[in-house]
Design a protein around this ligand. Sequence first.
Ligand SMILES: NC(=O)c1ccc[n+]([C@@H]2O[C@H](COP(=O)([O-])OP(=O)(O)OC[C@H]3O[C@@H](n4cnc5c(N)ncnc54)[C@H](O)[C@@H]3O)[C@@H](O)[C@H]2O)c1
Length: 284
Amino acid sequence: MPCDAPSCAPQSINNLRVLSIQGRYKLAITNLAGKVVIVTGAAGGIGAECARRLVASGAVAVGLDIDAAECMKVFSALGSPHEFRKLDVSSAADWRRVTGEIVASHGRIDVAVLNAGVMSRPRGAPIFDSPLNWFNEAAYARVKAVNFDGVTFGIMALLGQPGLSRVIVIASGAALTPLPMDPFYTATKFAVLGLARALAPTLMHENVRIDVLCPGAVDTPMTPEDVRASFKQQSPGFIADGVVTLLSADDMPAHVWRAYDAAEGLVACDDMADNVMDAIQTAR
Ligand SMILES: NC(=O)c1ccc[n+]([C@@H]2O[C@H](COP(=O)([O-])OP(=O)(O)OC[C@H]3O[C@@H](n4cnc5c(N)ncnc54)[C@H](O)[C@@H]3O)[C@@H](O)[C@H]2O)c1
């Protein structure tokens, strides 16, 4: 499905105020041809589909994943100049290494799609299992490391790299509405949403736009079988189309988007707080 298909277009804009700041949401990349786009968690699910659709839009995709073997399969099919590199997003040192390598090889990083994520529910745990069964230090450390440190360290390593103008964080509907089946997951997704919203005005002054895309249930290996059976799933392609739309459409006037249903499209979720922060930044 092309990125400008009706299902990708923002069909409703909630809580959106008239924007008084010129250029507040600019930085659309109307032509992705030749743009260097990195995608974390690109070995499967939403990340792999993002890489495929970005490549179909003309971008040069660099996939990053801790699972090098699976990532290699995805990128072998895409062919050169697209490539994958092994990255543990939870390591700041690994982020510094890989961004240095990509800039050395491609000259720039125009766009980052920070998508890698994990749940604390063990794969296969029954849907009605109490989350207290894995409410422990190990589960907390893992989920925080991938979902929150992974985004934070990524932004740290990317800022100042040549070309960077767009960052898209794949959070979750759990960043907007708590998911009782996974409190750690919920907490980390709330955290990345807060980080991005607080950073957004400052980054705009650096000519970097950050968006947060919050999918609902998506048909990927992350979602346990019995959860899949209980909820309607969207395709990873719907989320990937949303990413392409966010990057390339001229008028995407918000920083936070929910993507729950392909028929509904992307729905803006920003509120007043963003504009207040913008005004403070502009007054500096
Ligand atoms: N599947 C859903 O229903 C759903 C819903 C809302 C949000 N999301 C979010 O979408 C994103 C992608 O999820 P998905 O459904 O495609 O899951 P997935 O399990 O299919 O893919 C996640 C990818 O992240 C990679 N990864 C895990 N730890 C990593 C690390 N330390 N460093 C680098 N890569 C690592 C995995 O190897 C995998 O390829 C996640 O952030 C997830 O929270 C998913």
